[in-house]
Design a binder for this molecule. Structure first.
Ligand SMILES: [Ca+2]
Ligand SMILES: [Ca+2]
Length: 345
C-alpha cells in the first residue's frame, strides 16, 4: 500500500492496514483518551488530534512548529487511521514526509501490534543513525517528533530506536525500514533548479499554477499563470546576469486555468494563449472571464498586446494543434463543450 512519495527526495513510505485503535485507555492520563478512542464522524480523529495537538516538525529554516490542522492533513490522518490506500503527488511544502512520520509514530504508540514499513531509494533517507538519527531521515523525523512529546505520552508507550527499526514493547508494535533499488520513488536523474518563485505573496496567494516554455527570437522564455488559479499572466525572459525577472503582462484574468503557446505567424516568436473560468470572480482572482491572446509588442518581448480570443468560454484547458490540417497551428479550449479557434493568419 503506497502511502506517500516525495519526488524531490525520493522518500516513500508504506503503512499497514490498521483499524480503529484498540489500546486500553490509560486512566491516569485522561488526555490520552483523545489519541486512542476512535470517534467515527468526529471532526478530528485520534490520529489527526495527535498530529495537530502534539507533534512538532522542523522546517527548512530550522524552526520547530506544530503540524497545522489543514484539511488535507486531517483527511490524510483519517485515511491513515482507516487503512485507506493513498498515493500523494506532492510538493516539499506539503510536509508529507513529516506527516508520514507522525502518522507512523501514532500507529506504533497507540495501536497494539502495529507493524509499519518505511522505504526509500537510499538507506540513509530511511534511517541515518538509529538512536542518533537526524530529521534528514524518515526514522529521524519520527525520533524528532517523539523526543518532543510530553513525558506522560512517551511514558505511555516508550520507544526504542535502532538502525532501521523502531520498537514499542508496551504495544508489541514496530516500524522497520529499508533502502531498496536506486530508482525507487524517482523518475530518472533530475536536478532541481529554482528559476523563479512565481507570485512572491504569501501562501495561498503566492506561486504559480500553469507554466509553458516558448521562444522569443530564438531565445527561450517561459510564461506562467500566477498565483494558483490567479489573475496574472507573467512572462520571464532571461536577463544578461542569468536571472529571470518577473514581468506581469496581465492582472485581470479571472481564475486562470489555461495556458498555451502558439506561433501563429511562424516567425519563431511564440504568442501566448491564456484564459480562466467563470467561478470565484473578484479582485483577488481577477475579473475578466474568457480566453485571451497575447502578442509581443517589442523585440525584447517586454511589452505584450492583449486581444480577446473568446469572452464566452470558461477555458479550463487550452491546447495547440493543427486541427484542420492546413499546417497552421490552431487552438482548442474546453469549457462544458470543446471549441476550437482556427488560425486564419
Ligand atoms: Ca509568432
Ligand atoms: Ca490549422
Amino acid at each position: 500500500m503506497l502511502h506517500g512519495s516525495e519526488t524531490d527526495s525520493g522518500l516513500m513510505a508504506n503503512g499497514p492496514v490498521v483499524g480503529p485503535a484498540t489500546s486500553p485507555i490509560h486512566s491516569a492520563v485522561p488526555r490520552l483518551r483523545d489519541y486512542t478512542v476512535y470517534t467515527p464522524g468526529g471532526s478530528r480523529t485520534p490520529c489527526a488530534f495527535f498530529l495537530t495537538d502534539l507533534c512538532y516538525t522542523l522546517d527548512e529554516h530550522g524552526n520547530s512548529s506544530k503540524i497545522p490542522a489543514w484539511p488535507y492533513i486531517l483527511e490524510d490522518a483519517q485515511a491513515f487511521q482507516d487503512g485507506v490506500d493513498r498515493h500523494v503527488e506532492k510538493t516539499r511544502q506539503m510536509m508529507i514526509s513529516w506527516l508520514t512520520a507522525a502518522e507512523h509514530l501514532w500507529g506504533v504508540m497507540f495501536i497494539h501490534g502495529y507493524a509499519g514499513f518505511l522505504a526509500s531509494c537510499k538507506e540513509k533517507l530511511v534511517d541515518d543513525g538509529g538512536e542518533n538519527s537526524t530529521p534528514n531521515s524518515l526514522m529521524g523525523r519520527i525520533r524528532y517528533i517523539y523526543d518532543r512529546l510530553p513525558d506522560e505520552i512517551r511514558d505511555w508507550a516508550p520507544l526504542s530506536f535502532s538502525h532501521l527499526r523502531i520498537h514499542c514493547p508496551a504495544q508489541s508494535s514496530f516500524i522497520v525500514g529499508e533502502g531498496t533499488s536506486p530508482n525507487m520513488g524517482r523518475g530518472g536523474t533530475w536536478t532541481r533548479t529554482e528559476l523563479a518563485k512565481g507570485d512572491p505573496a504569501a501562501w495561498p496567494r503566492g506561486g504559480a499554477s500553469e507554466v509553458a516554455i516558448g521562444t522569443v527570437r530564438g531565445k527561450r522564455f517561459f510564461v506562467t499563470d500566477e498565483p494558483f488559479h490567479g489573475n496574472q499572466v507573467v512572462v520571464y525572459t532571461q536577463a544578461p546576469d542569468g536571472t529571470w525577472p518577473r514581468n506581469v503582462i496581465d492582472s485581470e484574468i479571472n481564475n486562470a486555468h489555461s495556458l498555451a503557446l502558439i506561433d501563429v505567424d511562424g516567425d519563431g516568436t511564440s504568442e501566448i494563449v491564456s484564459g480562466g473560468t467563470r467561478g470565484a470572480a473578484g479582485a483577488a482572482r481577477g475579473t475578466k472571464p474568457g480566453v485571451f491572446f497575447y502578442r509581443a509588442a517589442d523585440p525584447a518581448a517586454q511589452k505584450w498586446e492583449r486581444m480577446v480570443l473568446d469572452p464566452n468560454i470558461a477555458s479550463n484547458s487550452c491546447v495547440v494543434a493543427d486541427i484542420n490540417g492546413d499546417r497552421r497551428p490552431d487552438v482548442a479550449c474546453i469549457d462544458d463543450s470543446l471549441k476550437w479557434y482556427e488560425n486564419a493568419r
